[in-house]
Design a protein. Structure first.
Length: 437
Protein backbone atom coordinates (compact mmCIF):
# COMPACT_ATOMS: atom_id res chain seq x y z
CA UNK A 1 0.00 0.00 0.00
CA UNK A 2 1.70 3.21 -1.15
CA UNK A 3 1.84 6.08 1.29
CA UNK A 4 -0.62 8.81 0.37
CA UNK A 5 0.92 12.04 -0.85
CA UNK A 6 -0.31 15.37 0.46
CA UNK A 7 0.77 18.49 -1.41
CA UNK A 8 0.75 22.04 -0.12
CA UNK A 9 0.13 24.60 -2.85
CA UNK A 10 -0.30 28.35 -2.81
CA UNK A 11 1.34 31.53 -3.94
CA UNK A 12 4.68 32.65 -2.48
CA UNK A 13 4.73 33.98 1.09
CA UNK A 14 1.43 32.52 2.22
CA UNK A 15 3.41 30.32 4.61
CA UNK A 16 3.79 26.99 2.81
CA UNK A 17 7.21 26.14 4.17
CA UNK A 18 6.21 27.29 7.64
CA UNK A 19 3.16 25.01 7.56
CA UNK A 20 5.21 22.18 6.11
CA UNK A 21 7.72 22.39 8.94
CA UNK A 22 4.94 22.64 11.46
CA UNK A 23 3.16 19.55 10.16
CA UNK A 24 6.20 17.31 9.88
CA UNK A 25 7.37 18.48 13.27
CA UNK A 26 10.78 19.74 14.13
CA UNK A 27 12.11 16.37 15.16
CA UNK A 28 13.97 15.99 11.88
CA UNK A 29 17.61 16.64 12.46
CA UNK A 30 19.10 18.53 9.58
CA UNK A 31 22.79 19.02 9.00
CA UNK A 32 22.80 22.62 7.97
CA UNK A 33 26.08 22.69 6.11
CA UNK A 34 25.10 20.02 3.64
CA UNK A 35 24.62 21.62 0.24
CA UNK A 36 21.19 21.43 -1.29
CA UNK A 37 19.59 20.81 2.05
CA UNK A 38 16.68 23.10 1.34
CA UNK A 39 15.57 20.73 -1.40
CA UNK A 40 15.54 17.89 1.08
CA UNK A 41 13.13 19.72 3.26
CA UNK A 42 10.48 19.62 0.59
CA UNK A 43 9.16 16.12 1.19
CA UNK A 44 8.85 14.41 4.49
CA UNK A 45 6.82 11.67 5.96
CA UNK A 46 4.41 12.81 8.62
CA UNK A 47 2.13 10.87 10.89
CA UNK A 48 -1.14 11.77 12.52
CA UNK A 49 -3.72 9.55 14.19
CA UNK A 50 -1.84 6.47 13.06
CA UNK A 51 -1.80 7.40 9.39
CA UNK A 52 1.49 8.01 7.65
CA UNK A 53 1.61 10.25 4.61
CA UNK A 54 4.22 12.09 2.61
CA UNK A 55 3.94 15.83 2.69
CA UNK A 56 5.25 17.83 -0.25
CA UNK A 57 5.90 21.56 -0.26
CA UNK A 58 5.45 22.22 -3.95
CA UNK A 59 6.44 25.85 -3.52
CA UNK A 60 10.04 24.89 -2.98
CA UNK A 61 10.29 22.72 -6.06
CA UNK A 62 12.71 23.77 -8.67
CA UNK A 63 10.27 25.73 -10.78
CA UNK A 64 12.09 29.02 -10.40
CA UNK A 65 12.92 28.98 -14.10
CA UNK A 66 9.27 28.77 -14.98
CA UNK A 67 8.85 32.51 -15.24
CA UNK A 68 6.35 34.70 -13.43
CA UNK A 69 4.62 33.83 -10.20
CA UNK A 70 1.22 32.84 -11.60
CA UNK A 71 2.97 30.38 -13.90
CA UNK A 72 5.07 28.98 -11.07
CA UNK A 73 2.01 28.47 -8.93
CA UNK A 74 0.22 26.91 -11.86
CA UNK A 75 3.01 24.34 -12.23
CA UNK A 76 2.86 23.45 -8.56
CA UNK A 77 -0.85 22.92 -8.80
CA UNK A 78 -0.59 20.78 -11.92
CA UNK A 79 2.02 18.65 -10.22
CA UNK A 80 -0.12 18.35 -7.12
CA UNK A 81 -3.20 17.41 -9.11
CA UNK A 82 -1.22 14.73 -10.89
CA UNK A 83 0.73 13.28 -8.00
CA UNK A 84 -1.01 14.03 -4.76
CA UNK A 85 -3.87 12.25 -3.06
CA UNK A 86 -4.90 15.30 -1.08
CA UNK A 87 -4.15 18.96 -1.77
CA UNK A 88 -3.79 21.62 0.89
CA UNK A 89 -4.48 24.97 -0.74
CA UNK A 90 -2.94 27.62 1.44
CA UNK A 91 -4.07 31.26 1.38
CA UNK A 92 -3.06 34.24 3.49
CA UNK A 93 -5.84 35.56 5.72
CA UNK A 94 -3.92 38.76 6.41
CA UNK A 95 -3.38 39.63 2.78
CA UNK A 96 -6.86 38.54 1.75
CA UNK A 97 -7.98 37.08 -1.54
CA UNK A 98 -5.76 37.69 -4.58
CA UNK A 99 -6.23 36.99 -8.27
CA UNK A 100 -3.59 34.24 -8.13
CA UNK A 101 -5.66 32.55 -5.43
CA UNK A 102 -8.69 32.74 -7.69
CA UNK A 103 -6.82 31.25 -10.65
CA UNK A 104 -5.47 28.48 -8.45
CA UNK A 105 -8.92 27.72 -7.09
CA UNK A 106 -10.27 27.50 -10.64
CA UNK A 107 -7.71 24.79 -11.42
CA UNK A 108 -8.34 22.96 -8.19
CA UNK A 109 -12.10 22.92 -8.59
CA UNK A 110 -11.60 20.72 -11.63
CA UNK A 111 -9.84 17.91 -9.79
CA UNK A 112 -11.74 15.11 -8.12
CA UNK A 113 -9.10 14.88 -5.42
CA UNK A 114 -9.91 16.26 -1.99
CA UNK A 115 -8.82 19.87 -1.60
CA UNK A 116 -8.65 21.50 1.82
CA UNK A 117 -8.70 25.28 1.79
CA UNK A 118 -6.44 26.51 4.58
CA UNK A 119 -6.29 30.17 5.62
CA UNK A 120 -2.97 30.87 7.27
CA UNK A 121 -1.75 33.64 9.56
CA UNK A 122 -4.85 33.67 11.73
CA UNK A 123 -3.41 34.32 15.18
CA UNK A 124 -6.50 35.91 16.65
CA UNK A 125 -9.51 33.73 16.23
CA UNK A 126 -11.77 36.55 17.39
CA UNK A 127 -10.66 38.59 14.42
CA UNK A 128 -9.85 36.05 11.74
CA UNK A 129 -8.84 38.61 9.12
CA UNK A 130 -10.37 38.30 5.72
CA UNK A 131 -11.56 34.75 6.26
CA UNK A 132 -15.06 35.25 4.91
CA UNK A 133 -14.02 36.27 1.42
CA UNK A 134 -12.31 32.92 0.82
CA UNK A 135 -15.70 31.22 0.66
CA UNK A 136 -15.91 32.74 -2.79
CA UNK A 137 -13.25 30.34 -4.00
CA UNK A 138 -15.86 27.59 -4.10
CA UNK A 139 -13.73 25.15 -2.15
CA UNK A 140 -15.77 25.03 1.01
CA UNK A 141 -15.09 26.45 4.40
CA UNK A 142 -11.58 27.79 4.92
CA UNK A 143 -9.78 26.18 7.85
CA UNK A 144 -8.08 28.94 9.83
CA UNK A 145 -4.59 28.16 11.15
CA UNK A 146 -1.48 29.88 12.27
CA UNK A 147 1.40 27.88 10.89
CA UNK A 148 3.88 30.06 12.74
CA UNK A 149 2.18 29.65 16.13
CA UNK A 150 0.92 26.12 15.52
CA UNK A 151 -2.66 27.20 16.19
CA UNK A 152 -5.43 24.90 14.98
CA UNK A 153 -3.00 22.71 13.08
CA UNK A 154 -4.27 19.67 15.01
CA UNK A 155 -7.75 20.29 13.62
CA UNK A 156 -6.26 20.67 10.18
CA UNK A 157 -4.49 17.30 10.54
CA UNK A 158 -7.74 15.68 11.72
CA UNK A 159 -9.49 16.96 8.62
CA UNK A 160 -6.59 15.88 6.47
CA UNK A 161 -6.51 12.34 7.82
CA UNK A 162 -10.27 12.05 7.32
CA UNK A 163 -9.95 12.67 3.58
CA UNK A 164 -6.93 10.41 2.96
CA UNK A 165 -7.70 7.45 0.69
CA UNK A 166 -8.74 4.47 2.81
CA UNK A 167 -6.14 1.90 3.68
CA UNK A 168 -6.89 -1.14 1.59
CA UNK A 169 -7.53 -4.40 3.36
CA UNK A 170 -4.77 -6.19 1.48
CA UNK A 171 -3.08 -7.35 4.67
CA UNK A 172 -4.37 -10.89 4.39
CA UNK A 173 -3.00 -11.26 0.90
CA UNK A 174 0.01 -9.12 1.62
CA UNK A 175 1.77 -11.66 3.78
CA UNK A 176 1.27 -14.42 1.23
CA UNK A 177 3.90 -14.68 -1.50
CA UNK A 178 2.58 -15.82 -4.86
CA UNK A 179 5.14 -17.90 -6.73
CA UNK A 180 5.06 -19.10 -10.34
CA UNK A 181 7.38 -21.95 -11.30
CA UNK A 182 8.12 -21.42 -14.96
CA UNK A 183 10.38 -22.91 -17.58
CA UNK A 184 10.57 -25.15 -20.60
CA UNK A 185 9.21 -28.70 -20.52
CA UNK A 186 11.49 -31.19 -18.74
CA UNK A 187 13.63 -28.69 -16.87
CA UNK A 188 12.18 -30.15 -13.70
CA UNK A 189 9.29 -27.89 -12.68
CA UNK A 190 7.10 -30.70 -11.35
CA UNK A 191 9.96 -32.30 -9.53
CA UNK A 192 10.87 -28.96 -8.01
CA UNK A 193 7.33 -28.24 -6.85
CA UNK A 194 7.13 -31.67 -5.30
CA UNK A 195 10.49 -31.16 -3.64
CA UNK A 196 9.34 -27.87 -2.15
CA UNK A 197 6.04 -29.28 -0.96
CA UNK A 198 7.64 -32.48 0.26
CA UNK A 199 9.86 -30.61 2.66
CA UNK A 200 9.45 -31.21 6.33
CA UNK A 201 7.29 -28.76 8.22
CA UNK A 202 5.41 -27.73 5.10
CA UNK A 203 1.64 -27.57 5.34
CA UNK A 204 -0.07 -27.94 1.98
CA UNK A 205 -3.53 -27.52 0.55
CA UNK A 206 -4.98 -27.05 -2.89
CA UNK A 207 -7.20 -24.14 -3.79
CA UNK A 208 -8.97 -23.36 -7.03
CA UNK A 209 -7.13 -20.68 -9.00
CA UNK A 210 -8.84 -17.70 -10.53
CA UNK A 211 -9.09 -19.17 -14.00
CA UNK A 212 -11.27 -22.20 -14.54
CA UNK A 213 -8.59 -24.75 -15.25
CA UNK A 214 -6.05 -23.46 -12.78
CA UNK A 215 -5.28 -24.98 -9.43
CA UNK A 216 -3.12 -23.12 -6.97
CA UNK A 217 -1.30 -24.75 -4.13
CA UNK A 218 -1.15 -23.02 -0.82
CA UNK A 219 1.57 -23.87 1.65
CA UNK A 220 3.18 -22.53 4.76
CA UNK A 221 6.71 -22.89 5.98
CA UNK A 222 8.27 -21.34 9.06
CA UNK A 223 5.36 -18.98 9.47
CA UNK A 224 5.53 -17.65 5.91
CA UNK A 225 2.59 -18.35 3.60
CA UNK A 226 3.03 -19.05 -0.09
CA UNK A 227 0.83 -19.79 -3.04
CA UNK A 228 2.22 -21.74 -5.96
CA UNK A 229 0.26 -20.36 -8.87
CA UNK A 230 -1.34 -22.72 -11.37
CA UNK A 231 0.07 -26.05 -10.35
CA UNK A 232 -2.65 -28.01 -12.16
CA UNK A 233 -0.39 -29.10 -14.95
CA UNK A 234 2.58 -29.36 -12.69
CA UNK A 235 1.52 -31.56 -9.82
CA UNK A 236 -0.53 -34.19 -11.57
CA UNK A 237 0.89 -34.27 -14.98
CA UNK A 238 -1.24 -36.11 -17.52
CA UNK A 239 -0.06 -37.04 -20.95
CA UNK A 240 -2.28 -34.36 -22.41
CA UNK A 241 -0.87 -31.70 -20.14
CA UNK A 242 2.58 -32.77 -21.14
CA UNK A 243 1.77 -32.67 -24.84
CA UNK A 244 0.17 -29.27 -24.56
CA UNK A 245 3.06 -27.88 -22.61
CA UNK A 246 5.55 -28.87 -25.24
CA UNK A 247 4.01 -26.53 -27.72
CA UNK A 248 3.12 -23.67 -25.51
CA UNK A 249 4.66 -21.37 -22.99
CA UNK A 250 1.37 -19.53 -22.63
CA UNK A 251 0.57 -21.40 -19.46
CA UNK A 252 3.81 -20.11 -17.98
CA UNK A 253 2.93 -16.59 -19.06
CA UNK A 254 -0.47 -16.74 -17.43
CA UNK A 255 1.08 -17.97 -14.22
CA UNK A 256 3.57 -15.10 -14.33
CA UNK A 257 0.74 -12.59 -14.60
CA UNK A 258 -0.67 -13.81 -11.32
CA UNK A 259 2.55 -14.17 -9.36
CA UNK A 260 4.84 -11.90 -7.43
CA UNK A 261 7.95 -14.03 -7.64
CA UNK A 262 8.87 -16.15 -10.67
CA UNK A 263 11.11 -19.15 -10.22
CA UNK A 264 12.70 -19.39 -13.63
CA UNK A 265 13.88 -22.98 -13.88
CA UNK A 266 16.87 -23.81 -16.09
CA UNK A 267 18.36 -27.22 -16.85
CA UNK A 268 21.99 -27.37 -15.73
CA UNK A 269 22.87 -29.72 -18.57
CA UNK A 270 21.40 -27.53 -21.28
CA UNK A 271 22.49 -24.06 -20.30
CA UNK A 272 20.33 -21.13 -21.41
CA UNK A 273 18.24 -21.67 -24.53
CA UNK A 274 16.26 -19.15 -26.57
CA UNK A 275 13.05 -20.37 -25.03
CA UNK A 276 14.50 -19.86 -21.55
CA UNK A 277 15.28 -16.28 -22.57
CA UNK A 278 11.75 -15.72 -23.77
CA UNK A 279 10.24 -17.07 -20.57
CA UNK A 280 12.61 -15.15 -18.29
CA UNK A 281 12.14 -12.03 -20.44
CA UNK A 282 8.42 -12.19 -19.92
CA UNK A 283 8.77 -12.22 -16.13
CA UNK A 284 11.16 -9.27 -16.41
CA UNK A 285 8.84 -7.26 -18.64
CA UNK A 286 5.90 -7.91 -16.37
CA UNK A 287 7.87 -6.41 -13.52
CA UNK A 288 8.00 -9.57 -11.46
CA UNK A 289 10.75 -10.49 -9.06
CA UNK A 290 12.72 -13.52 -10.22
CA UNK A 291 15.00 -16.20 -8.89
CA UNK A 292 17.00 -18.15 -11.46
CA UNK A 293 16.93 -21.80 -10.48
CA UNK A 294 19.56 -24.02 -12.05
CA UNK A 295 18.10 -27.48 -11.58
CA UNK A 296 19.63 -30.96 -11.99
CA UNK A 297 22.86 -29.69 -10.48
CA UNK A 298 23.47 -33.26 -9.29
CA UNK A 299 24.16 -34.27 -12.90
CA UNK A 300 26.96 -31.78 -13.40
CA UNK A 301 30.62 -32.76 -13.05
CA UNK A 302 31.87 -30.07 -10.74
CA UNK A 303 35.21 -28.52 -9.99
CA UNK A 304 35.90 -25.36 -7.98
CA UNK A 305 35.04 -23.09 -10.92
CA UNK A 306 31.82 -24.70 -12.10
CA UNK A 307 29.48 -22.41 -10.13
CA UNK A 308 31.24 -19.33 -11.32
CA UNK A 309 31.38 -20.42 -14.95
CA UNK A 310 27.69 -21.24 -14.98
CA UNK A 311 26.82 -17.97 -13.29
CA UNK A 312 28.84 -16.05 -15.88
CA UNK A 313 27.05 -17.88 -18.66
CA UNK A 314 23.68 -16.94 -17.17
CA UNK A 315 24.68 -13.30 -16.68
CA UNK A 316 25.75 -13.12 -20.30
CA UNK A 317 22.74 -14.88 -21.78
CA UNK A 318 20.18 -13.24 -19.51
CA UNK A 319 21.89 -9.85 -19.41
CA UNK A 320 18.60 -7.99 -18.91
CA UNK A 321 18.09 -9.53 -15.47
CA UNK A 322 21.46 -9.49 -13.77
CA UNK A 323 19.56 -8.47 -10.63
CA UNK A 324 18.14 -11.99 -10.23
CA UNK A 325 19.89 -14.27 -7.74
CA UNK A 326 21.01 -17.66 -9.03
CA UNK A 327 20.45 -20.82 -6.99
CA UNK A 328 21.88 -24.21 -7.92
CA UNK A 329 19.54 -26.96 -6.81
CA UNK A 330 18.63 -30.56 -7.34
CA UNK A 331 14.97 -31.45 -7.18
CA UNK A 332 16.05 -35.08 -7.15
CA UNK A 333 18.34 -34.94 -4.11
CA UNK A 334 16.54 -31.88 -2.66
CA UNK A 335 19.83 -30.05 -2.35
CA UNK A 336 19.38 -26.37 -1.48
CA UNK A 337 15.59 -26.46 -1.78
CA UNK A 338 15.25 -24.57 1.50
CA UNK A 339 17.76 -22.03 0.22
CA UNK A 340 15.41 -21.49 -2.69
CA UNK A 341 12.63 -20.40 -0.37
CA UNK A 342 15.01 -18.08 1.45
CA UNK A 343 15.69 -16.42 -1.90
CA UNK A 344 11.97 -16.18 -2.60
CA UNK A 345 11.51 -14.42 0.74
CA UNK A 346 14.37 -12.06 -0.02
CA UNK A 347 13.25 -10.96 -3.48
CA UNK A 348 9.61 -10.70 -2.38
CA UNK A 349 10.72 -8.28 0.28
CA UNK A 350 13.02 -6.37 -2.08
CA UNK A 351 10.27 -5.78 -4.63
CA UNK A 352 8.30 -3.97 -1.92
CA UNK A 353 11.16 -1.70 -0.82
CA UNK A 354 10.27 1.95 -0.47
CA UNK A 355 12.89 4.64 -0.52
CA UNK A 356 11.98 7.86 1.20
CA UNK A 357 11.74 10.80 -1.15
CA UNK A 358 14.53 12.62 0.64
CA UNK A 359 16.92 9.65 0.48
CA UNK A 360 16.01 9.14 -3.15
CA UNK A 361 16.64 12.75 -4.09
CA UNK A 362 19.89 12.82 -2.18
CA UNK A 363 21.05 9.75 -4.10
CA UNK A 364 20.00 11.16 -7.47
CA UNK A 365 21.64 14.48 -6.72
CA UNK A 366 24.91 12.83 -5.73
CA UNK A 367 24.80 10.56 -8.77
CA UNK A 368 24.25 13.55 -11.05
CA UNK A 369 27.11 15.46 -9.42
CA UNK A 370 29.50 12.53 -9.85
CA UNK A 371 28.47 11.84 -13.40
CA UNK A 372 26.40 14.60 -15.02
CA UNK A 373 23.97 13.61 -17.77
CA UNK A 374 25.41 14.03 -21.25
CA UNK A 375 24.19 16.98 -23.28
CA UNK A 376 22.34 16.52 -26.56
CA UNK A 377 20.89 19.00 -29.07
CA UNK A 378 22.80 21.71 -27.17
CA UNK A 379 20.61 20.99 -24.19
CA UNK A 380 21.47 19.26 -21.00
CA UNK A 381 19.14 16.95 -19.18
CA UNK A 382 18.02 18.34 -15.83
CA UNK A 383 16.48 16.15 -13.19
CA UNK A 384 14.39 18.38 -10.93
CA UNK A 385 13.30 15.78 -8.51
CA UNK A 386 12.35 12.16 -8.09
CA UNK A 387 9.73 10.27 -6.20
CA UNK A 388 8.92 6.59 -5.83
CA UNK A 389 5.60 6.01 -7.48
CA UNK A 390 5.07 2.42 -6.42
CA UNK A 391 6.36 -1.04 -5.61
CA UNK A 392 6.15 -4.47 -7.26
CA UNK A 393 8.19 -3.46 -9.14
CA UNK A 394 9.78 -0.41 -7.53
CA UNK A 395 8.93 2.47 -9.86
CA UNK A 396 10.55 5.87 -9.81
CA UNK A 397 9.15 9.02 -11.34
CA UNK A 398 11.76 11.48 -12.53
CA UNK A 399 10.69 15.04 -13.22
CA UNK A 400 12.99 16.33 -15.93
CA UNK A 401 13.24 19.31 -18.26
CA UNK A 402 12.94 17.13 -21.38
CA UNK A 403 12.44 13.35 -21.37
CA UNK A 404 13.92 13.17 -24.88
CA UNK A 405 17.29 14.08 -23.44
CA UNK A 406 17.35 11.01 -21.22
CA UNK A 407 19.57 8.33 -22.62
CA UNK A 408 19.08 4.64 -21.93
CA UNK A 409 22.62 4.32 -20.63
CA UNK A 410 22.07 7.15 -18.17
CA UNK A 411 18.99 5.45 -16.79
CA UNK A 412 21.07 2.31 -16.47
CA UNK A 413 23.60 4.34 -14.51
CA UNK A 414 20.92 5.66 -12.16
CA UNK A 415 19.53 2.17 -11.76
CA UNK A 416 22.96 0.85 -10.80
CA UNK A 417 23.35 3.62 -8.25
CA UNK A 418 19.97 2.77 -6.74
CA UNK A 419 20.87 -0.88 -6.56
CA UNK A 420 24.28 -0.18 -5.05
CA UNK A 421 22.68 1.96 -2.35
CA UNK A 422 19.47 0.12 -1.58
CA UNK A 423 19.71 -3.41 -2.99
CA UNK A 424 16.51 -4.21 -4.91
CA UNK A 425 17.81 -7.74 -5.29
CA UNK A 426 15.80 -9.91 -7.63
CA UNK A 427 13.43 -7.21 -8.78
CA UNK A 428 13.34 -5.10 -11.92
CA UNK A 429 13.25 -1.33 -11.43
CA UNK A 430 11.20 1.02 -13.55
CA UNK A 431 11.56 4.68 -14.35
CA UNK A 432 8.86 7.02 -15.55
CA UNK A 433 9.96 10.34 -17.00
CA UNK A 434 7.73 13.35 -16.64
CA UNK A 435 8.33 16.68 -18.28
CA UNK A 436 8.48 19.84 -16.21
CA UNK A 437 9.69 23.08 -17.76
P1 LIG B 1 5.99 30.28 1.43
O1 LIG B 1 6.68 31.17 0.45
O2 LIG B 1 4.56 30.09 1.07
O3 LIG B 1 6.70 29.00 1.68
O4 LIG B 1 5.93 31.10 2.82
P2 LIG B 1 6.90 31.02 4.11
O5 LIG B 1 6.58 29.82 4.91
O6 LIG B 1 8.29 31.22 3.67
O7 LIG B 1 6.35 32.25 4.91
C1 LIG B 1 6.30 33.56 4.36
C2 LIG B 1 6.27 34.58 5.48
O8 LIG B 1 5.06 34.46 6.23
C3 LIG B 1 7.39 34.40 6.47
O9 LIG B 1 7.88 35.66 6.83
C4 LIG B 1 6.73 33.71 7.65
O10 LIG B 1 7.37 34.01 8.87
C5 LIG B 1 5.35 34.28 7.60
N1 LIG B 1 4.35 33.38 8.20
C6 LIG B 1 4.20 32.06 7.92
N2 LIG B 1 3.19 31.55 8.67
C7 LIG B 1 2.71 32.57 9.41
C8 LIG B 1 1.65 32.65 10.38
O11 LIG B 1 0.96 31.68 10.71
N3 LIG B 1 1.42 33.87 10.92
C9 LIG B 1 2.14 34.97 10.56
N4 LIG B 1 1.84 36.10 11.15
N5 LIG B 1 3.15 34.90 9.69
C10 LIG B 1 3.44 33.73 9.11
P1 LIG C 1 8.90 -30.43 -16.04
O1 LIG C 1 8.42 -30.86 -17.37
O2 LIG C 1 9.61 -29.13 -16.13
O3 LIG C 1 7.81 -30.40 -14.99
O4 LIG C 1 10.01 -31.47 -15.57
P2 LIG C 1 9.86 -32.77 -14.66
O5 LIG C 1 9.79 -32.39 -13.22
O6 LIG C 1 8.77 -33.63 -15.20
O7 LIG C 1 11.28 -33.42 -14.88
C1 LIG C 1 11.71 -33.86 -16.14
C2 LIG C 1 12.70 -34.98 -15.96
O8 LIG C 1 13.86 -34.52 -15.29
C3 LIG C 1 12.16 -36.12 -15.10
O9 LIG C 1 12.61 -37.32 -15.66
C4 LIG C 1 12.79 -35.86 -13.74
O10 LIG C 1 12.97 -37.03 -13.00
C5 LIG C 1 14.11 -35.26 -14.12
N1 LIG C 1 14.61 -34.36 -13.07
C6 LIG C 1 13.97 -33.32 -12.53
N2 LIG C 1 14.73 -32.69 -11.62
C7 LIG C 1 15.90 -33.35 -11.58
C8 LIG C 1 17.12 -33.18 -10.82
O11 LIG C 1 17.29 -32.28 -10.01
N3 LIG C 1 18.12 -34.07 -11.07
C9 LIG C 1 17.97 -35.08 -11.96
N4 LIG C 1 19.00 -35.89 -12.11
N5 LIG C 1 16.86 -35.25 -12.67
C10 LIG C 1 15.82 -34.41 -12.50
Amino acid sequence: MPKPVVAIVGRPNVGKSTLFNRLVGNRVAIVEDEPGITRDRLYRDAEWAGRVFTLVDTGGLDFAESGDIPRQVRRQVELAIEEADVILFLVDARAGLTSTDEDTAALLRRTRKPVLLVANKVEDFQRPGQLAEFYRLGLGEPIPVSAAQGMNTGDLLDRLVSVLPPETGEEEEADTIRIAVIGRPNVGKSSLVNAILGEERVIVSEIPGTTRDAIDTWFEREGQRYILVDTAGIRRKSRIEEAVEKYSVIRSFKAVDRCEVALVVLDALEGVTDQDKRIAGYAHEQGKASVLVVNKWDLVDKDSHTHQRFTELIRRELAFMTYAPVVFVSALTRKRISRLLEMVNLVAQQQCLRISTSDLNRLIRDAVLRNPPPAAKNKRLKIFYATQGGVKPPTFILFVNDPELMHFSYLRYLENQLRAAFGFEGTPIRFILRQRD
